[in-house]
Design a protein around this ligand. Sequence first.
Ligand code: SF4
Ligand code: SF4
Length: 137
Amino acid sequence: MNISRKEFFRKSLTSLGEAICTVSDALKAPVAPPQDVRETENFTATPSEDLVAAAHNDRCLAKNSGCFSCMERCEFGAIKLIPGVGVRINQQLCTGCGACEHVCPVTPKAIRMQARTIHTPSADHAEQLTKKGISTC
Ligand code: SF4
Ligand code: SF4
């Protein structure tokens, strides 16, 4: 089949335009937000040596003895209730399993998994974290 040069360019431009629209539509399609596996129903506690629980006592209900969920769930006895403060994590006992974060009923979670660091925070840093309601031990 013979087509003129003009017709060839017209068809090429039409195809290119359609391709650009397809890519543009694909880019506009909503992207599912990354899901935190510890918040899914299918959660299974799995110890991880790279993770450790950290308390955010500014939003913890245990401050007023209103919640014990994480303590009851922790099989390793790594969480203690401190009346008037919230919870405290014993990093030596914490296996990084994530069960406490999973059961925490508040939003955002008052106990979160974070990367386990090898160093021990300095006294100043520990004090700053404590003032922010983040447990360092
Ligand atoms: S991640 Fe939470 S539940 Fe698991 S061992 Fe550590 S403190 Fe306990
Ligand atoms: S489950 Fe959450 S709100 Fe309840 S005591 Fe633990 S950290 Fe606090």
